[in-house]
Design a protein around this ligand. Sequence first.
Ligand code: MG
Length: 264
Amino acid sequence: MKALDYPAEVRGILSFDFDGTLYEHEKEVVLDPSFYRKIESLREDGWLWAINTGRSLLYMLEGFKEGRFPFAPDYLVAREREIYTPGDQFGRWHRVEDWHKRYARDTKLFFEEAGEFIELVKEHVTSATAAQWVEEEGDPAGIVASSEEETLEILQFVNEHRHMSNLIGVLHNSIYMRFTHNGYNKGTSLKELAKRSGVGVENVFAIGDGHNDIDKLHPDVAGMIACVGNSQQEVVDYVRGHGGYVAKAHGSLGSIEALTHFLG
Ligand SMILES: [Mg+2]
C-alpha cells in the first residue's frame, strides 16, 4: 500500500482518528468506500491526510486490511504519538527519526522523574482493581480496565497523585490508559505533522470521537474541528463549545459529512 503522489502544492492537512471515526467494527462494511473517493479528490486539491490513532502500528496494519484501504495516508500516528510515513511497495512504514529521537529522550526523562508515581499506580491497579497492568515494548506503562467506570475510578486515583511530577501525561480512551511524557499526545503529534507539511493551523482539519481526540481538537492545533455522530458526549460538547461541526452520520460517513461541511 502506497500513498498517492505528493501534491505539487500542499493546501492543508486532514487528520482522522481511526476507531469509531472511520472504522465501525460492528458494521458489515466497516469503512465506506466513498470515503476514499472523497479523500482522493481532496488529495488532488493538495490536502494531505493522516490517521492519528491510539492503535499500535501492528494493530493499525490490521485496520488498513480490514478497512480495504486502496492507498496509504501520508502520515500514520500510532499510539497517539509515534509518527510514521508510508514506505515502499512492501508496505513497510518508516518511523520519523528526528521526532522519535526527541520522544525517546523525553520519555526516558519522564520515567526517571515519574518513576515513583508509575510504581504507585501500578501497585494500586494490580492490588486494588480488576484492571490489568500492561508493559509493552515502547509502551511500558499501560492499563486495560475491566470497564469504562473502572477507567474513571483509576483516573481519580491518578489525579490524586499527579502532583508527584509535572511531566505526567495520561492518555485514555474507553478502557485503555497509558502514561507518557505530557509533551506527546494526538495534539502535539498533529501539530508536528502540520509543521512538517508547512501548513498553518487554519488549514488543519481534525476529527475524532473519543476522549483521546480532544487534544487534537484544540483550536491551537486545528482550525477546522469536527466529531462524528457516534462520538462520546464529552467530545460532542467540546466540539460544540469550540465552534466545530458535529456530524449526524456515524463513522466514515460522518467524516465525509464533516469534510463536505468545511471543504465542500
Ligand atoms: Mg475513536
